[in-house]
Design a protein around this ligand. Structure first.
Ligand code: PMP
Length: 362
């Protein structure tokens, strides 16, 4: 794909070229079956093997044991999880606690409140979510504590997980799924819309501790009960077969690259290139995240001190084949989403533009 541009979109987002090539082949024909992957039954042997392979790779890449954790492939996006989680785990007299470090966490909280007793125990909203809130008290009787590991809009990320004692920790990992090494066994459950680091839009990835899932409700519609999908290996109803296929290819790519350690190292190097440029040019650019230790490796956010130059910067970026740099509509400014598959050369090109633009206009 010689005409590929540098795609900094926050999601759906850049995928490894090798994955795109293989997926294209699968769309043409899968396993010499005479059918496209898009045409085969989700109950047939070709798809079943793809499904099982993706499930196994998912746990392996996350470093989770199949004895203790279950992988699920669901639909409805991370936004669906904002509802499904409290629906499954909150009964009368129970409550959950949320730490809010960004707009997506706030949305999860809001949705939870529609469904049960959901409480905010910390928030950095008053400071425009410029850091990860670290002061909070968890009640030992909370049903679960919810965090967002990477705040896609604001550009902050957890590097140390919060200490929640024995209360189950649940995380929305949509925008840093597989991006950094974490001890994922600290989570009772994680979920992620696939369309950033993990694959195309259309599938929601869940990994849940079996003992936590065992306590989920079953007196809710079957389609929304986690246990329905666990018992059916995510084949209760027709799953998004193509999206799961591509997630499997992305996980295979991660393993082939050397696993999460290699991916994390690269992500750190890429992010440092941009943060170094922004810090160096701090009289011209203003990083949106004040707490350096919380700066996201995935979504680098900044503003121009002279906002009048924004359109010009974006036009120059576009001319240099740097696309998708406009900040989220709720915060403005700029955002460079540099997920696992984003090439270092593209990050370097952006850093060069940041320097060059500041020199000419500063
Ligand atoms: N949580 C986070 C952290 C996100 O970045 C997003 C999407 N940008 C969402 C939730 C919503 O995801 P979806 O569109 O899959 O519902």
């Amino acid at each position: 794909m010689s005409h590929r541009i540098y795609n900094f979109s926050a999601g759906p987002a850049i995928l490894p070229e090798a994955v795109l090539e293989e997926a294209a082949q699968g769309v043409r024909e899968i396993n010499g079956s005479g059918m496209s992957l898009l045409e085969v039954s989700h109950r047939g042997k070709d798809y079943e093997a793809i499904h099982a392979d993706a499930e196994q790779r998912l746990l392996r890449v996350l470093g989770l044991s199949a004895d203790d954790y279950v992988p699920l492939f669901l639909q409805g996006g991370a936004s669906g999880q904002f509802a499904q989680l409290p629906l499954n785990f909150l009964s009368a007299g129970q409550h959950a606690e949320y730490i809010i470090g960004g707009d997506w966490g706030a949305k999860a909280l809001k949705e939870g409140k529609n469904l049960g007793d959901v409480r905010e125990i910390a928030s950095s909203k008053a400071d425009k979510y410029a850091y990860i809130p670290k002061q909070f008290t968890v009640s030992p009787d909370a049903r679960y504590v919810h965090i967002t590991t990477n705040n896609t809009i604001e550009g902050t990320e957890y590097f140390d997980l919060p200490n929640v004692g024995d209360v189950p920790l649940v995380a929305d990992c949509s925008s840093d799924f597989t991006a950094i090494q974490r001890d994922n066994s600290k989570f009772a459950m994680i979920y992620a819309g696939a369309q950033k680091n993990a694959g195309p839009a259309g599938v929601t990835i869940v990994a849940a501790r079996k003992s936590f899932l065992d306590t989920a409700r079953t007196d809710i519609p079957a389609i929304w009960a986690y246990k329905t999908h666990r018992d059916a290996n995510s084949l209760y109803n027709t799953p998004p077969t193509f999206a799961i296929y591509v997630v499997g290819l992305v996980l295979k790519w991660i393993e082939a690259e050397g696993g999460q350690a290699v991916i994390e190292k690269r992500n750190k190097e890429k992010a440092a290139i941009l943060y170094n440029a922004l810090d160096e040019l701090s009289s011209f650019y203003e990083p949106a995240v004040t707490a350096k230790e919380d700066r996201s490796l995935m979504n680098v956010t900044w503003r121009l001190r002279n906002a009048d130059l924004e359109a010009e910067f974006l036009a120059e970026a576009k001319a240099a084949k740097l696309d998708g740099l406009k900040g989220h509509r709720s915060v403005g400014g700029f955002r460079a989403s540099i997920y696992n598959a984003f090439p270092v050369a593209g990050v370097q090109t952006l850093a060069d533009l940041l320097r060059d633009f500041a020199q000419r206009k500063g």
